[in-house]
Design a protein around this ligand. Structure first.
Ligand code: GTP
Ligand code: MG
Length: 196
């Protein structure tokens, strides 16, 4: 159970992250997919991670300390069209350096909008994670926004794409920051991961 959650530090430079002396997990995914909202839902603190209806809200690497035992990290989204090329390249190199170099990182949760058909940018990002050995787990978000049927259809399509690329489907969770769907399952999974 997450009993305590507090903000630690925001960074643009992965080298300035807190000392890697405890387990860490991170949330990544397209801009506006619901990374920050999911962090607030899991921690039960609505204002902990800043959210916005406009994509591009989170621009830094944000560390939160959970139960004084492990770090949870909110990252900027990828695939945000409305920023200039320099800024975009800056984010991309910051995120890829963080994901490939952070030694205490034991899980990367890739958030996928459950309302959408499989998106090329997500598949490409997951492929990149595979080639770099980044330990990715899928989290389908915003399940409250459509029928269960529609959610399941989109998930099945996405998993099929994953099987085409990796020959097996990765572990996945279905969540809603609105209804707290998936909270227990995802929390237990994360807690096992950080205790290993
Ligand atoms: P960036 O920081 O810009 O990359 O976005 P983000 O992925 O952190 O998304 P954020 O959590 O800021 O949420 C974006 C918008 O989606 C906000 O308006 C949220 O209220 C909304 N949202 C996020 N998750 C859910 C959800 O599960 N259900 C519903 N209905 N809305 C959601
Ligand atoms: Mg955010």
């Amino acid at each position: 159970m997450i009993q305590q959650a507090q903000f630690v530090i925001s960074n643009t430079n992965p080298g300035n992250c807190p000392k890697p002396d405890r387990a860490e997990i991170a949330f990544i995914g397209r801009s506006n997919v619901g990374k920050s909202s999911l962090i607030n839902m899991l921690t039960g603190k609505s204002g902990l991670a800043k959210t916005s209806q406009k994509p591009g809200k989170t621009q830094l690497i944000n560390h939160f300390m959970i139960n004084e035992k492990w770090y949870l990290v909110d990252l900027p989204g990828y695939g945000f069209a409305k920023i200039n090329v320099k800024v975009k390249q800056g984010w991309e190199s910051m995120i890829s350096t963080y994901l490939t170099k952070r030694e205490n990182l034991c899980g990367v949760f890739v958030l996928i909008d459950s309302r959408l058909e499989p998106q090329k940018i997500d598949l490409e990002f997951l492929y990149w994670c595979g080639t770099e050995g980044v330990p990715a787990v899928l989290v389908f978000t915003k399940a409250d926004k459509q029928s269960k049927n529609k959610t399941n259809q989109n998930i099945q399509k996405f998993l099929k794409k994953m099987v085409d690329i990796f020959e097996e489907a990765p572990q996945y969770f279905v969540t809603s920051a609105e209804s707290a769907q998936g909270k227990e399952e995802l929390t237990s999974f994360i807690e096992e991961l950080v205790q290993e």
